[in-house]
Design a protein around this ligand. Sequence first.
Ligand SMILES: Cc1cc2nc3c(=O)[nH]c(=O)nc-3n(C[C@H](O)[C@H](O)[C@H](O)COP(=O)(O)O)c2cc1C
Length: 102
Amino acid sequence: MFLGEKPKQELTFALAGQDFRPAVTFIWTVVPYRIAWRYSGAEEKLALLDIGHVCQNLYIACEAENMGTCAIGAYMQEPLDKFIGVDGETEFSIYASPVGKL
Ligand SMILES: Cc1cc2nc3c(=O)[nH]c(=O)nc-3n(C[C@H](O)[C@H](O)[C@H](O)COP(=O)(O)O)c2cc1C
């Protein structure tokens, strides 16, 4: 979605004030059940491994397109969950990455 000024400010707030002035921001979420039903007991580890792979692939794609990204793990959980409209329990944000031309 394209963001107006107010949602942009809300996103920057949720990202703990980090504003890279990106063209687009990826925000990834976890749905714990989708890992837990199969890998019960190891779901946290596997979710973290998974999102690491996903974000690394974004870095690789950006490199190929002469673009840049920066993984953001230091965001604020509740404001970011609220911003993207997930409940924070059955689905919650786990990582974000702004992307833009270098
Ligand atoms: C799990 C994780 C979380 C990160 N969170 C942030 C962040 O919130 N803000 C930020 O500017 N960089 C963040 N980064 C990017 C790191 O700051 C960056 O990879 C690190 O400084 C190494 O930079 P270098 O390759 O230039 O040495 C994160 C990286 C990882 C792997």
